[in-house]
Write a protein that binds this ligand. Sequence first.
Ligand code: CTP
Ligand code: MG
Length: 612
Amino acid sequence: MTFSIGATGSGMGPGHALERFGSDEVEGRAFNAHVVVRFLAYLRPHWQRMAAAFLLTIIGAALALASPYLLKVAIDGYITGGDAAGLTRIALLMAGTFVGVYLTSAGQQYLLAWVGQRVLTTLRAHLFRHLQILPLGYHDTHIVGVTISRVINDVSVINDLLSQGLVTLISDTLVLGGIIVVMLSMSPRLALVTFSVLPLMLLATFLFARQARVAFRQTRSRIAAVVGDLAEDISGMRVIQAFAQEGATQERFDKVNRANRDAYIAAMSLSFVFLPSVEFLGMLATGVVLWFGGLTVARGELTLGVVVAFLAYVTRFFQPIQELSQLYTTLQAAMAGGERVLGILDTAPEVKDKPAAGEMPPIAGKVELRHVSFSYRGDTRVLHDVNLVIEPGQTVALVGPTGAGKTSIANLIARFYEVTEGAVLIDNVDVHDVTQRSLRRQMGLVPQDPFLFSGTVADNIRFGRPDTPIAEVEEAARLANSHDFITALPDGYNTEILEGGVNLSIGQRQLICIARAVLADPRILILDEATSSVDTMTEALIQDALRRLLAGRTAIVIAHRLSTVRNADAICVVNGGRIVERGRHEELLARDGLYRELYERQFVDIKTEVNN
Ligand code: CTP
Ligand code: MG
């Protein structure tokens, strides 16, 4: 038997999306005890229901075994003897077993679904909790679509195995073993003749399982590629349309989509070859029983009832075998999925609180970077020996060319990443020695790329303090100069924000982010100004809002606006990961260095723009 899997040499090529999104497929082992043990723990809280499901399974299996035997008793005991009352009894008994099978199967399915959905929910909750504490560095390097596929697809195959799979395994093994025992006890000779098709069966199953393993692994990595490609293209839709690349993007998507289809068809055609061949072997066995059993009955060595019971058992014999071989593919999918899910769960949060980490006391506002060096990945340093002291209440502006390391400095102060060397101190306390929560609660961040969640405008403003009354929300919005434009929105503060805030302008988003920071009332404020993407009116509003927001707080402002820079207590010029100049605006201008150059090239442009 040869199967073509389309995986090798089919000429369709993996496509680059597949390489990007599907390549971290783990080499799926058929069985990995470590994975199984880890996930079995999720069944523990539900052990009573699982035990009940197992019990029902065993009863169901026994009942299923009983009915062919009742057939034999009916034929040999009552039909041939013409015992009508006995026949009625057997018929009722048989009806009873059918009702029993029905009830046990319904009960078992219900219990498994109940447990299964709870396991699924818990597992997803654990994954999500872990994703939330993973360092930003993890999310920097992992494709969103693929992480989504872990939480949705991989978790569900694990659950398939845990709930359905385990029970199928047990019930099928029981049924199979039961049939063998009953057959052997009714007629050892006929049983052995029937089993003569088994070696063929085993060979077919073995061949199938081996091919299926490769084929189903292909389908899994290709569906991950489809999800990954889709997620990226949807978030990049604006750029795709702007550059009129719909055609090329469609082509790329079609390629992964077709690759997924072909892999799936190839995997399924394995089943299409295998399942009928199992059926064929079943019919072969039926023929053997009919022929050999018939001859034995004719010779008077066996009763008709035994042969009929055998015929019934033979048809039941092959179903568990089919199911078990299917279970093998479930097992593999679950092992591969399980390894990947554990890959996430076992990724240690890089930024981890020390066991002895205390609470950060109320912050006065001194910020210090002491000999800080930093790299995001590997050895590529993006900051080199940065030293910076900001006294409480001061505003320090960071300026410098793009890619200089300004946002990176902000990231370290908020402790989104760990310093590679040196230390970040707040009020002379190493940020290492306190919990992240207690630290971040006292810090505010207005990111370079203002992010809004779906929900109302008001909810976005009170994001850091969800139970803030609306009056305070409005108060914060007023301070942030956002109140007027918010009330002009169709539903005011209750206007629903579309995903990513697309129904607001960038400037409006920024104003809302500033209001969010105002409400949080942080002691230290980090403001990563978006490049001047706002009109002069909004610019003035933001400036005014900032002036109020910065008063009385320590502020690190990554500045693109001349006015912010001018008003700062100190300006640090960052270049190539180093602070190369520092001082006040006039001092730096007089120095004739990088600041002057930047000022002349960049700020003057903005200034003229503003003045126009
Ligand atoms: N970088 C990185 N990984 C990240 C973020 C940044 O490797 N997750 C690198 C960038 O390639 C850049 C350097 O770190 O070379 C500094 O980046 P950043 O601090 O973000 O630069 P900024 O000075 O903030 O630049 P901009 O003005 O464009 O915001
Ligand atoms: Mg930046």
